[in-house]
Write a protein that binds this ligand. Structure first.
Ligand code: SAM
Length: 352
């Protein structure tokens, strides 16, 4: 019998894939106008291409706003400009849209992109200012027929490691929507006390481990180690929750990271304060019969928007409002997983 020749099993080199993994290396996705095929491929796989934002609930928003040519509209949160563009298309070249964003970096890119697509200053005015100044813009232009606010952060902001919004990639712990103003989350942690931090985590994100996490973060800073990167903060969270049973640890750490980063983001950008102010000013900025739609992404935002609309209806400034939230379709959530937590609420300004 022939002796079988034993060749030693050679392990295959792990295939790394042909797509770049690091944000800066995704040069094709970062130039969507030039590399349409790559961008469409990434979207088909249920992902958001780097440097882009997929607008959420566009059909539901347009159905509700019922935009007519000649109207004046306000997009409080320009971002990538997807919603702004869809609303401008309804104007059919007549009327005007105003849009605000506080992010100088992204709003400049969006303004340029929209102008190149034929939506220039004749139809769109972009203002680099907080949406809580809606009253000033409304006064200047005589009120709005329709208003949209798509709260929170854009995918361009989340995905860019230099902005510090994501615990999944290493970067400076910044979390500001405008990096030229205010203080970063790292600087905020430098001076905050333990009790105030625990309160912030609880108030802004209902964080169940707020006490334990606040103690761990402050102890680390007191030992002379600044918590100034996304990785350092994630590692503290992992260490603090190390006592959890193995089977639930991974998921709980992930959810906790999401909540802690969200709480810090809300704090450094004073998100609840400006949203409260915006909701207070909204009825006065709408023309009689004017419509407003708001997309929220967590319970703190949603509660605030709901309460303001309910109060507006009770006092008579709104003729109707959404008693129940409108949610994205199951199909949209599969196509764009970032839509999953979205809730839409709407209100209509009373006539006269
Ligand atoms: C979810 S994104 C909007 C995406 C946009 N609807 C689109 O279709 O591309 C939210 C945007 O709102 C901006 N933003 C958040 N809070 C703001 C505020 N208080 N005033 C103005 N802009 C704000 C963020 O910088 C971000 O660009």
């Amino acid at each position: 019998m022939m002796e079988e020749q034993q060749t030693p099993h050679k392990r295959r080199v792990r295939y790394k894939g042909k797509y770049p993994k690091k944000f800066e290396e995704k040069y094709k996705e970062l130039q969507p106008e030039k590399y349409q095929d790559t961008v469409e491929h990434v979207i088909r796989k249920g992902n958001t291409p780097a440097g882009m934002h997929i607008s959420i609930m566009v059909d539901e928003i347009l159905d509700f706003l019922k935009i007519q040519p000649g109207e004046t509209g306000f997009d409080a949160t320009l971002g990538y400009g997807g919603h702004t563009k869809a609303m401008m298309q309804c104007l059919q070249g007549r009327g005007h849209m105003y849009a605000t964003d506080v992010d100088p970096e992204e709003s400049a890119k969006t303004g340029k992109r929209l102008a190149e697509q034929g939506f220039g200053e004749d139809i769109l005015t972009i203002k680099l200012q907080n949406f809580c100044t809606i009253d000033e813009i409304a006064k200047e232009v005589g009120g709005f027929d329709f208003v949209l606010a798509d709260l929170g952060v854009s995918s361009m902001q989340i995905d860019n490691p230099k902005r510090g919004f994501s615990f999944k990639v290493d970067g400076p712990l910044d979390l500001r929507l405008n990096q030229q103003k205010g203080i970063s989350a790292a600087e905020r942690l430098d001076t905050i006390g333990r009790e105030e931090l625990a309160g912030m985590l609880y108030e802004n994100s209902d964080e169940p481990y707020c006490e334990e996490l606040a103690k761990a973060i402050i102890d680390e800073i007191r030992r002379g180690n600044r918590v100034d990167t996304t990785t350092k903060l994630r590692q503290i969270i992992e260490k603090t929750l190390d006592f959890l049973p193995e089977k639930e640890k991974k998921e709980t750490v992930k959810k906790t990271c999401q909540r802690v980063f969200q709480a810090l983001r809300i704090d450094v950008n004073q998100e609840f304060e400006v949203l409260y102010e915006f909701m207070e000013k909204l009825p006065g900025a709408l023309k009689p019969g004017g419509r407003a739609a708001i997309l929220t992404f967590h319970s703190g935002e949603d509660k605030l928007v709901k309460a303001a609309m309910k109060e507006g209806y009770r006092s008579g400034v709104y003729s109707s409002y959404s008693k129940d939230v409108v949610r994205p379709s199951a199909e949209e959530c599969v196509r764009n997983p970032r839509a999953r937590s979205t809730k839409m609420r709407w209100a209509i300004r009373a006539e006269g």
